[in-house]
Ligand binder design. Sequence first.
Ligand code: GCB
Ligand code: CA
Length: 872
Amino acid sequence: MLNKNTHLQGLLLLIIFLSVAFSHAQIRKKTTLNSHWKFHKGVLNPDFSKNIEGEIVNLPHTWNNKDVLNDHKPGHYRGEGWYSKIISLFPDLNEKSYFLQFEGVGQVAEVFVNGHKAGSHVGGYTGFTLNITPFLKADNNILHIKVDNAHNPDIPPLSADFTFFGGIYRDVFLIETSKTHFNLSDNGSTGLFISTPNVKGNSSEIQLKGSFISESKNKLEIQLKVLDAQRKTVLSTIKRLKSNTGLNTFEIKSKLTEVNLWSPDNPYLYTAEISIIKDGNILDEENIRFGFRSFYFHPENGFFLNGSHLKLIGANRHQDYYGDGVALSDDVHRHDLKILKDMGANFIRLAHYPQDPAVLEAADELGLLVWQETPLVNEVTLSEAHDNNAETILIEMIRQYYNHPSIILWGYMNEIYWAHRFLDENVVDAHTEATVKLAKRLENVVRNEDPTRYTVMALHHYPLYETSGLGDIPQVVGWNLYHGWYYDNFEDLGKFLDEEHKKHPERIHILSEFGSGSDQRLHSLKPERFDFTMEGQKAMIESYLTQIMERNYLAGATYWNLVDFNSEKRVDTKPHWNQKGLLSSKRVPKDPYYLFQATLLKEPFIKIAETNWQHRVGVSDTTPFLSPVDIYTNQKTVQLEANGKLLEEKIVKNNKVTFNVPLSIGENQLLAISNNISDYITINFRNIPVLLKEQYNIDISINAGSNHSFFDEKGANVWVEDQPYRPESWGYIGGEQLYVGKKIGTKEKILTIDSFIPLYQTIREGIEAYRFDVEDGWYEVELLFVEPFPKSRRFVGNDVSPSHLGGKRIFDVLINNQPWLQNLDLLKDYGYNYPLREKTKIKVTEGKGLSISFKAIKGKPIVSGVKLRSLN
Ligand code: GCB
Ligand code: CA
């Protein structure tokens, strides 16, 4: 008996020892469940006892990454999708609790565990955590997740200029805790909220508020330990309490006298280790990184961080990558923020929705201040369910991201009157009232949830924000302004802002968006609105940055957008993309990125800002061939060496200097030098003669109906801007440009899978002839046509059918009076937006030159591109 007892005691001791040892190991376990899900796209009635039939996918996953790239089919799949997975979990159901944590699912999720509905979540951009303990079995546990990204009139965003991807597109975690644990059921948060009130000099208070679930009534301790970046404990404090069964709250306050303040220059982070302790054993533990900083906005003087003025400059960012949609790895998120930091930015607007936790962690680590917002974009609706969802999403955002020192602003509406102008007259007032009411409600939510930050709303150029009083509600007003793009001229930006500042001297202003669309293949010496040339984007940003820097009251500015991003409804030179990025969707920098660097970086910087224009074709008869080359730098003067020859030194103005550089045919080596820094580029140059007499090597590609050139990347060929014909030379006779500079909005969607879309989009209409005064000989003539769909920004739907009756325009094409293409009826033969591209051979004799003439039978002839090559 005795023997047995001692044996038992020994065993008990061993168990206690093991559990103590374990408690000093890891109490809480958190692991991703990302790999090897079965996926089915479409509606399904699954057998919950088994895996669904379907392809194997890994998370992050979206089902739209491929269909949004399919340029010749409108729309993308918006509906149901199912995921399932058998998890190898042998749960300890007596001792542990289990949670599933989703960082983001687009946009409605229903979670089933062994066939039981464990919970659901609404909204595609905030996380959620479900306690699945009650539904678990001893083994063979199976998960089914139903996801839906169909349009839902009760879930924001109702509409927006970005694509609503479906799928489990962020990480999923399984969390195991003790039965007593921090409250993981608090809106997807950790249940722990740290703030640092009263930062003065190097001292600060620290406040921790939290809640936890207790398995039973107990005497417990909550421990807060603060470790510095070298893991030295700088604070250790314990709160003793008597817990009730179920939910308990607590608060710990303390003071630190010697803290290292967080800032963009010194993103110093501390780690809080917070644990629940019972009888010396840790029951649950969470670590949270945070920082000490203070800030405020001033309506006249801008933004102050830790007592010092800081002009907030940066960019907006969408979660988006070419070919992946929104299903990005944490590395891609981190890399984007690194790109922004390297640009010299100190500020980022995470538009138009809360982004991946990895983004906020990176902002903390790199030192980027953050404006984070909920996805209320373009419009509200008169549904109560919508407003309730808007509020829940806002609370989720604030609680999930509360602890990040980088966040300074909570936003809850973007251009919310954007769709207002389309409303029916009898509902206009009701919508305005509903918008103001919802804004007030959300404003109060933020003030209650988190008085340590400011509220913000992004407005657009529309008088209703003023007249309805909406602009008076948030603490900070963000302006999305596109002077010189959608309206007015670049300089009108400053005028507009100054007027606003004068009208509302008490308001804090940020320029939350400004931007201009661009395409690295399009270039012009005389950029125009909507031409999507790189030079247009450069000109806008050059003007804007100067105006931004000149205005002290303007607390900050964020460019729209860091990257080109998917926008299903858009039809620019790359259909379905918003092209205002400072980088392409594959993260190739566009040259204006370097102007930000030149303006913002403190270390010496110089860059020849022509990386997007390294293939040039001139049209000239006089040598040397001169071509402009921009350099962005923060130095005072710059010298340029072109092909070994030093040009005269130039003085830098507003971080820019332009050289008119003599280029030779072929490769040109350019070297920009200032003090001890330099930059190097190669520019490939070819020339097209103006006068064609005694020219035997003709190769002219013309971007008909356009003032800008188009670079065909695959063929490494430049299609030059159009020019009128004059004797002995070449060019068009008659007709006028269709669209360019005339249409608000953007260009036509051309349904082609080739890469020539921007070439087809610019069109010469009413064309009579293209004339080339070439020498006798053999030539190849090539023509490109398309019948553009008449309405801008519309999908063509069934109108693309080649069986269209046609008859909009019918014409013949003749070369030197010989019929070539006869009775051409583009609409009838090809339908809207289908390109026609043909070439033919012709012999020019008797010094007649070459004339391609277009003879109208009905309507006005059109042409998009003309190419002539000698075959001698
Ligand atoms: C805006 C919107 C943003 C759009 C942008 C644009 O003002 O807030 O979502 O993408 O304009 O490019 O038109
Ligand atoms: Ca992630």
